[in-house]
Design a protein around this ligand. Structure first.
Ligand code: ADP
Ligand code: MG
Length: 253
């Protein structure tokens, strides 16, 4: 039996009369990569931001590493890493300075170059955030989530808008972070990504969880129900062609 590091019970969020999250319950296990999938407006970001202590809930209970969100939000803040919206970075500071700024906020000492190394940005240490490519920006914002050595990190659509190489590079980074024991919650619109990266996924639709299991189990369940693809699938797809022709190496350096 795996240990739940996050437990969400009957979570409800109303914006005025509109119920964006309709009494969802799920556990995230320690050390897993957990995916929240669902169409735009399903309630994924709302759910994440409530767990992150950044948004109030209407009803329900949330426990993070044993801390009750209602009683100990500050204890929760200390053990989580949250990716900021990328517009939130001071434009005049370089990456090293930004890391020191964040470290100061967390009251931590960090080796900025070591941290930048982890996300493959050591050679950009003196560059400003706005000088980075899309993939580099995402990697840097993931680096900032690691400053307080969190037990859990939250990544809300970290690969949206990235080219295929940058996306694969980010998967490596997420796997690397998890391999050190960090639990990862991630949202994505890319099903190939969820299938490759996530140990378990919850599919959210209109504020309700309509499926929750390993990707493998969900696919088997669909196949067992008699589902068949309309035509035989080719052994490669256009993305395979793209990667084959342009190579796996990062292009945004
Ligand atoms: P997702 O991240 O799955 O795309 P969100 O959690 O951002 O979904 O939004 C869920 C629903 O709640 C959407 O219909 C959205 O318009 C609504 N919503 C989100 N934030 C607010 C807010 N601050 N005020 C009113 N409605 C909101
Ligand atoms: Mg969202």
């Amino acid at each position: 039996m795996q240990k739940a590091i996050i437990s969400v019970k009957n979570l409800v969020k109303k914006y005025g009369d509109f119920e964006a999250v309709k009494g969802i319950s799920f556990d995230v296990f320690e050390g897993e990569i957990f995916g929240l999938l669902g169409p735009n407006g399903a309630g994924k970001s709302t759910t994440l931001e409530i767990i992150e202590t950044l948004r109030t809930k209407t009803a329900g209970e949330v426990f993070v590493d044993g801390f009750n969100l209602d009683e100990s939000p500050n204890d929760i803040k200390k053990i989580i890493g949250v990716q900021l919206q990328t517009s939130g970075y001071y434009p005049a500071l370089n990456l090293t300075e930004l890391i020191h700024l964040f470290a100061g906020l967390y009251n931590r000492n960090v080796n900025a170059l070591e941290l930048l190394d982890k996300v493959n940005l050591r050679d950009k240490a003196k560059n400003k955030f706005k000088e980075l490519s899309g993939g580099q920006k995402q990697r840097f914002s993931i680096a900032t989530t690691l400053i307080n050595e969190p037990k859990i990190i939250f990544l809300d659509e970290p690969t949206t808008g990235l080219d295929p190489q940058a996306r694969r590079n980010l998967w490596e980074l997420v796997r690397d972070i998890r391999s050190k024991g960090t639990t990862v919650i991630i949202t994505t619109h890319y099903m190939d990504e969820a299938e490759i990266l996530c140990d378990r996924v919850a599919i959210v639709d209109s504020g309700t969880i309509i499926a929750l299991n390993t990707p493998d189990h969900l696919v088997d369940e669909l196949v067992d129900s008699g589902f068949e693809r309309p035509k035989e699938v080719k052994k490669a797809n256009l993305e395979d062609v793209f990667i084959h022709l342009t190579g796996k190496a990062l292009r945004d350096e």
